[in-house]
Design a protein around this ligand. Structure first.
Ligand code: KIV
Ligand code: ZN
Length: 513
């Protein structure tokens, strides 16, 4: 049977140490509750001695969150350890995580302690923690810049004093995977010798972008606990990201041969909650939880994914609580366009499909991404067209003399163009008058509405018009990123209906050319 890999989540302790994050005890309970749903094995709920707020949060999580082991961090100081034990009192399963620095720079500059003093402090701290709880973790801080012989000595002492987990932190994200494996192998062989129940753990920071890679490499050296934070938040460049570790180990189970107990379908919700409560956005292309992690843009990729998801997805988005997204944009082809229409339950005749697709490409070129609402509007405009219509080609509006707007519209049918120019008391009015000239049909504008479809500087708008020709009324709809062009399109679609009704489409073109 495969070994269990323990997922130790430190979102609420190391993650919360990221600049600008200040979670309230209520926020922390909400995140811890969600981490329990995700079924991580250990939740490091905070650093109980750091502040009264941290103490309250750890105590509340200990009392209110069931399932995972609840851990809190403590220096080797007696006061820290007493406070940690006090905060954990109500927990069903509890752990005190004791740490002290072991690198020359930390010992001389921060602790101002000699190696011998550090050893004494480790002995006192671990023994004190052991008086309160069975489950004691020990970390030699800045391990990857420490003398490996000294780490072995310190860790063996911690185990002799009762530590059940030995965690090797790459505190400053300095390690390379190969070196880290070598260090962990030494720790595994020398510290566990005669103490086979001791769990070896890693805790990596991402200063060189290697936190996840180093953590995963450590599994091959025998590590059976990984410390990590949701969305990879934490000091400086952050910690190993919990969701990436869970999905790497799940997706490449063939490579790691370890079991995990996490419910992967809770990943996306956990990530979203942490992002919302911390105010830390998730980068678009972040693995597993980024907006684009399951989004397909290029026509070739979309075509492949629509045929078989696995052509471009190594993980099932449903496994992390998400769905694939086909972005309809300028790179999309007919297959993706048809797929989107089918999803929206829109069925088009060939000619309508062709016109709608061409219009979609034209708009996507200008705008980038086209939303579902945008698509509906395009299809609405194009399917409202009549087969013998005059098609809108272009509009040019200028200030004219004395700043009176002048509109020049160009329409076409079967490759022949109709152009008309008119002025008016506004750009829309000038457009309407020019179009009446082009059709040779006098009309009255009864209603005119513009509704935004998307927001932003390049927003798309839908224009709806109602015109009166004689005693009949005709509606029309137009879509564009430009309101004047959208208006012209809407008027053209209404005028086409009027022209068709009158049976004058042919003669209109003749008289106007
Ligand atoms: O990065 C680090 O060394 C830590 C320890 C306290 C485990 O966060
Ligand atoms: Zn850390």
């Amino acid at each position: 049977m495969n070994d269990q890999l323990i997922i130790f989540d430190t979102t609420l302790r190391d993650g919360e140490q990221a600049p600008g994050i200040a979670l309230s005890p209520d926020d922390k309970v909400a995140i811890a509750t969600q981490l329990a749903r995700l079924r991580v094995d250990v939740i490091e709920a905070g650093f109980a001695a750091a502040s009264p707020g941290d103490f309250t949060a750890v105590s509340r999580i200990a009392a209110e969150v069931q399932g995972p082991v609840i851990a809190t961090l403590a220096r080797t100081h007696p006061d820290d350890i007493d406070r940690a034990a006090d905060a954990l009192k109500a927990a069903e399963k509890k752990r005190i995580h004791v740490f002290i620095s072991t690198s020359p720079i930390h010992m001389s500059q921060m602790l101002r302690m000699s190696p011998a003093e550090v050893l004494k402090s480790v002995e006192e701290g671990v023994k004190r923690a052991k008086r309160y709880v069975d489950d004691v973790e020990f970390s030699p801080q800045d391990a990857t810049r420490s003398d490996p012989d000294f780490i072995i000595e310190v860790c063996r002492l911690a185990v002799a004093c009762g530590a059940t987990t030995i965690n090797i932190p790459d505190t400053v994200g300095f390690a390379m995977p190969q070196d880290f494996v070598e260090l962990l192998t030494r720790v595994y062989d020398d510290v566990r010798a005669g103490n086979e129940d001791v769990i070896i753990s890693t805790h990596c920071h991402d200063d060189l972008g290697l936190a996840v890679a180093n953590s995963l490499a450590a599994i091959h050296a025998g590590a059976r606990q990984i410390e990590s934070a949701i969305n990879g938040i934490g000091e400086r460049a952050g910690n190993t990201s919990t969701e990436e570790v869970i999905m790497a180990v799940t997706t490449r189970a063939d490579h790691f041969n370890v079991e995990i107990g996490a419910d992967t379908t809770q990943i996306f919700e956990t990530s979203r909650l942490v992002s919302t409560l911390t105010g830390y956005p998730i980068q678009y292309n972040k693995a597993v939880v980024g907006r684009n992690a399951f989004t397909h843009e290029s026509g070739i990729h979309q075509h492949g994914v629509l045929r078989n998801r696995e052509t471009y997805e190594i993980m099932d988005p449903a496994a992390v609580g998400r769905t694939s997204v086909i972005v309809l944009g300028k790179h999309s082809g007919r297959a993706a366009f048809l797929h989107a229409l089918t999803k929206m339950e829109i069925v088009l005749e060939d000619a309508d499909f062709q016109r709608s697709f061409e219009r979609f490409k034209e708009l996507a070129d200008r705008k980038g991404e086209i939303s579902e609402e945008g698509l509906r509007a395009i299809v609405g405009e194009e399917t409202g067209a009549l087969s013998e219509e005059l098609r809108f080609e272009a509009i040019y509006v200028s200030g004219g003399s004395h700043e009176i707007p002048v509109a020049t519209v160009t329409l076409s049918r079967n490759g022949e163009e109709v152009t008309a120019t008119a002025n008016g008391d506004g750009m829309i009015n000038a457009t309407f008058v020019a179009l009446q000239d082009a059709y040779g049909i006098p009309a009255e504008l009864l209603d005119y509405r513009v509704s935004p479809i998307t927001s932003g500087a390049d927003a798309m708008a839908e224009v709806n018009v109602l015109i009166k020709v004689g005693s009949a009324t005709y509606s029309g709809r137009g879509v564009s990123t430009d309101v004047v062009e959208g208006s012209a399109r809407a008027i053209v679609s209404a005028m086409n209906k009027a022209a068709f009704d009158r049976g004058v489409t042919e003669s209109v073109q003749d008289s106007a050319t």
